[in-house]
Each structure stands twice: as structure tokens, then as C-alpha cells.
Ligand binder design. Structure first.
Ligand code: GLC
Length: 542
């Protein structure tokens, strides 16, 4: 395969395969049943061998863990559960030595109720810190009604009433997520200055990228109107938010090396989404449209075309995401009748054919890893972990579960600790004799441990290792153009320059492969040389 254009001279974030580590659930070195940085450091070689180019860490900051660390009490330190700041610095250095970049999760929309600013604001209704948040009197004669009727992202209302120091009922404060996560007031210059400093804190420590949590939510309409059809949302995707990211871009541009800003932007409107990726704003953002897409050739092609068309005018690379710590594992999604994903309809408990989901997840890996741009791998995806749907109610931790009145199962099922080795829980997640893992692991995962899959050429782990090795050696993959090839209905086939093709068969019957010189990798066997249902092939075409 000849390289039409080398990707080697392009910034890493245009091409990289980025592995998401969910620190609580990756590897536990100190035996408390919760993952930690020492556990990650011990597994860096595993990640290097897997072939990823970067690691994104979920929040590791000091936190009361009301939302698994997305409630940050101190943006410049590490929670003792995970380790120390010195360990984080060592980890960054060790990853760099292995050629792996590090992406830090910054949570700017809200902090923890334990953050010193919020504590000061609560302690005194006259405190200047009140202005750093959204404190408002309630409605109604006694102020007993919340200032707005907005619905929070975890269900329930978005305001909690405070109690004044003299015991009388006080103002309400805004939280788009749990009450333990008060929203910052981004109209206040001190909030802006603080986060610019937080960015510098981690960039100074070698962070190569910043994942921006809830990136579209920061700015609110200060008039606090109700949400209404046909008018801009008072709390999501306000035009003024772009000014914040322009100032952040000036900061990353001032650092040596390619430092990337990566937005968590959930927006249905692709044009509004792409606005975040203008040349003076964020570098990339997560492609949730593709993640939510059903396992269907036409729907996926529509999503791929729409994604590429939206990114092209702003010059940003697309990203491809199948799973993360917020969504139902794609092995499980793809094994259901309805294979789409939305937060509104999680379908926990509906029938799942895990074998079907596994076969499709293998094909989806080859599809997503050969599309133009960067790709994300959520920890455990390379092991084919499915959603743990049998977690007993009393062990569920996600605030989404309680706040939805126990209707939404929450996100614990995709956050279960990684099975590394052995035949029974904790599967090497913790050292022998440790506390139980913070969420129970399905005993069936004994066949999915990294140890069980290592060296098995048919395993999901081997598929990911093979795919990433090919991707690294093949300059056609990653950033660059895509050309659709003629194919029968229900088959997706595309070429990447120069001489690479990916074919995925969604039809019920096997199909012939297009003309090729060599088969580089397939997601499953090819009986009779034909590509079966739910199978993908990577080909060298010339
Ligand atoms: C993002 C995170 C999610 C968290 C929420 C609030 O969506 O991915 O896990 O609960 O923000 O910080």
C-alpha cells in the first residue's frame, strides 16, 4: 500500500486512537476495591501493547464522589482514593516515555458542593462567592417554588433550596445535574480566570489534551426563562459559550507540542455541533450521533456522511465513538432488537443476544477504526465486555438511578471493574485478599479476562491489537479522505487512499468481497471466501 499523503506530519489528535480509562474501574493496586493510579501505572505496558496513542482519564480529583468524581472539590489535586498528585505526574511521564499521550478530564460546568467556593457561598448569604454560582430567590409568596421548572440531566428539578445560617429557608441554587453539583456562573470573570489557571496547571504538568465535560452547558440565560419550543435553550448551547473556548484555544496554542481541546458536546444539530470546532475553538469533539446510531447500513452511512460533511467546512477531524462510561455497552446494544442508543430509552432488561452483539461489535470495531479521523476505545471494549445488567439495586451507585425515581437503571452497568485474569471475581482487578470491587463483576466474565484472551487469535483483544497495529502502519487510516465504493444495498464499502478498503455486510446473506490483492483483517471467518452477515473486512486493493 503506498501512502498518498503521510499522516506522520499531522497533529496527533487528528489521527489518534484514544483509550478511555475510567479510573475507578481500571485496576486496583492498593486493594480497596476501587481502581487507582498505581493500578494504571502497572498496566501501561498493556496499553502500549494494545497500540493506543493516547489515554483519556476520567476525573481523578478530590471529590465526595456523588457522581463518581464528576463532582470536583479541588481541580488541582488527586483524590486519595486514586493516589497523589506526584503519582499523576509520574504517570504522565511514564506514559510519555512509552509514546502515549495523556488527556485530562476538566469539569467546568459545575463543581462539588464541597468545593471551597460553594462552601463559602452557603455559609453566608452576603458572601461574594454567591455570585460565582446561580443563587436565586424562589417563586411564590414564601419563595417555596424553584426559580424555573427546568428538568435536570439526571431527572428531577435543577434547583435546591438552601437554609440560611439562622435556620430560615433561603435562596435556591442551580444544578443541571445532581444537587451535589452546583453550576458555576460563567458570566463571572473569576470563574473564567480560575479555569484558565486550571488548564495551565495541567498543561504545565504535561497534559497533551483536555476533555471538556458537558462543554455545551456552561453559559446560562441570566433571565432564567422556561425552556420552550422554538427558542434557544436557556442552559444549553448558548452562543456566548464559544467565547470561552476561544480563550481556551489561545491558551493551548501558547504551549509547545500539539495540545488538544476535546469537547463533550451532545447536540442533535450537526451544524451547531460543528460550530464548536471552528479553527479558533476546540480541536475535536465526541461523535455521539454515530454512537447512538442503530446497527443498520443506511443509518450508519447517513451518520458517517453527515459527520464528515459537518466537519469538513471547519477543517476539524471527525471522531468515532462506540461506547463510554455513560452509555450502554455496544455489545449489549447491538444484541437487542432495537440497536440504537438514547438516554431516554435505555431498554435495560429487554432481551439481549450477546453472541449477536459480540459479532456485530467486532465488525463495528473495524468499521469505526477505519473511518477518517480519531477513534475512541472505552476500557473493556477491547475485551468485548457487555453491560452488567444484573447489579442488585442496593449496590447501584449512579445518582441517575435514584434521581429518576429508580426508573432509569443508571450507568453502573458499563462501569464495572475490568476483569484482568483468573477464574473468579475480582479477576485480578484487585490484589488477593482485597475488598470486593466497588461494583460486582459478572462471574461469566471469566472467559473475557485479558489473560484468557491474550494469545487467542480469535479473541476480541487480538482483533483490537491487530487492527491498531495495521492502523499505525497504514498512513491511509486516520485523518484523510473517504470514498464510498459501489456495493449492494445493506453493504457498506469505502476506500481510503491509497489502496485500502473496508467492507461491512449488514445483509442476511453472505456477499462477495470487492476486488482486492490481500485481506488484511476480518472480524470473523469468511466461509467460501464470502463475507457473512455482520462481518467486516479490511482489504488491500492495490
Ligand atoms: C458528563 C459525564 C458524566 C457526568 C456528567 C456530569 O456527561 O460524562 O459522566 O455525570 O457529565 O458531570
Amino acid at each position: 500500500m503506498s501512502a498518498e499523503r503521510s499522516t506522520a506530519d499531522r497533529p496527533w489528535w487528528r489521527n489518534a486512537v484514544i483509550y478511555q480509562v475510567y479510573p475507578r474501574s481500571f485496576a486496583d493496586a492498593d486493594g480497596d476495591g476501587i481502581g487507582d493510579l498505581a493500578g494504571v501505572r502497572a498496566q501501561l505496558e498493556y496499553l502500549a501493547r494494545l497500540g493506543v496513542e493516547a489515554i483519556w482519564f476520567g476525573p481523578w480529583y478530590p471529590s465526595p464522589m456523588a457522581d463518581a468524581g464528576y463532582d470536583v472539590a479541588d481541580y488541582r489535586d488527586v483524590d486519595p482514593t486514586f493516589g497523589t498528585l506526584a503519582e499523576a505526574e509520574a504517570l504522565i511521564g511514564e506514559a510519555h516515555a512509552l509514546g502515549i499521550r495523556i488527556i485530562i478530564d476538566v469539569v467546568p460546568n459545575h463543581c462539588s458542593g464541597e468545593h471551597p467556593w460553594f462552601q463559602a457561598a452557603l455559609a453566608d448569604p452576603a458572601a461574594p462567592e454567591r455570585d460565582l454560582f446561580w443563587f436565586r430567590p424562589g417563586k411564590g409568596p414564601d419563595g417555596g417554588q424553584p426559580p424555573t421548572g427546568w428538568t435536570g440531566n439526571f431527572g428531577g428539578g435543577t434547583w435546591t433550596r438552601t437554609t440560611n445560617p439562622d435556620g430560615s429557608p433561603g435562596d435556591w441554587y442551580l444544578h443541571l445535574f445532581a444537587p451535589e453539583q452546583p453550576d458555576f456562573n460563567w458570566d463571572h470573570p473569576a470563574v473564567r480566570a480560575e479555569f484558565e489557571d486550571v488548564l495551565r496547571f495541567w498543561l504545565d504538568r504535561g497534559a497533551d489534551g483536555i476533555r471538556i465535560d458537558s462543554a455545551a452547558l456552561l453559559v446560562k440565560d441570566p433571565a432564567l426563562p422556561e425552556v420552550a419550543e422554538g427558542v434557544p435553550s436557556p442552559h444549553t448551547d448558548r452562543d456566548e459559550v464559544h467565547e470561552i473556548y476561544r480563550s481556551w484555544r489561545r491558551i493551548t496554542d501558547g504551549y509547545p507540542g500539539d495540545r488538544a481541546l476535546i469537547g463533550e458536546v451532545w447536540l442533535p444539530d450537526r451544524q451547531r455541533f460543528a460550530d464548536y470546532l471552528r479553527p479558533d475553538e476546540l480541536h475535536t469533539a465526541f461523535n455521539f450521533d454515530f454512537l447512538g446510531c442503530p446497527w443498520d447500513a443506511a443509518a450508519l452511512r447517513h451518520s458517517i456522511d453527515g459527520t464528515l460533511a459537518a466537519h469538513e467546512p471547519v477543517g476539524a477531524p471527525a471522531t468515532w465513538v462506540l461506547s463510554n462510561h455513560d452509555v450502554t455497552s455496544h455489545v449489549t446494544r447491538y444484541g437487542r432488537d432495537d440497536t440504537s442508543f438514547s438516554f431516554a430509552a435505555k431498554r435495560e432488561g429487554t432481551p439481549v443476544d450477546l453472541e449477536l452483539g459480540r459479532v456485530r461489535a467486532r465488525a463495528a470495531a473495524l468499521l469505526s477504526l477505519s473511518l477518517p479521523g480519531a477513534a475512541y476505545v472505552y476500557q473493556g471494549e477491547e475485551l468485548g465486555l457487555w453491560e452488567a445488567e444484573q447489579i442488585p439495586p442496593e449496590l447501584r451507585q449512579d445518582p441517575m438511578y435514584a434521581r429518576s425515581g429508580f426508573v432509569d437503571p443508571g450507568r453502573d452497568g458499563c462501569r464495572v471493574p475490568i476483569p484482568w485474569s483468573g477464574a473468579e471475581p475480582p479477576f485480578g482487578f484487585s490484589p488477593p485478599g482485597s475488598a470486593d470491587p466497588w461494583l460486582p463483576q459478572p462471574p461469566e466474565w471469566k472467559s473475557l479476562t485479558a489473560e484468557a484472551q491474550d494469545g487467542d487469535p480469535q479473541s476480541m483483544l487480538s482483533l483490537y491489537r491487530d487492527a491498531l497495529a495495521i492502523r499505525r502502519s497504514c498512513p491511509a487510516l486516520g485523518d484523510g479522505p473517504l470514498r464510498w465504493l459501489d456495493s449492494p444495498p445493506g453493504v457498506l464499502a469505502f476506500a481510503r487512499p491509497d489502496g485500502f478498503a473496508c467492507v461491512v455486510n449488514f445483509r442476511p446473506d453472505p456477499v462477495e468481497l470487492p476486488a482486492h490483492q490481500a485481506i488484511l483483517l476480518t472480524s470473523g471467518p469468511l466461509p467460501g471466501g464470502r463475507l457473512p452477515t455482520d462481518t467486516a473486512a479490511w482489504l488491500r486493493t492495490h
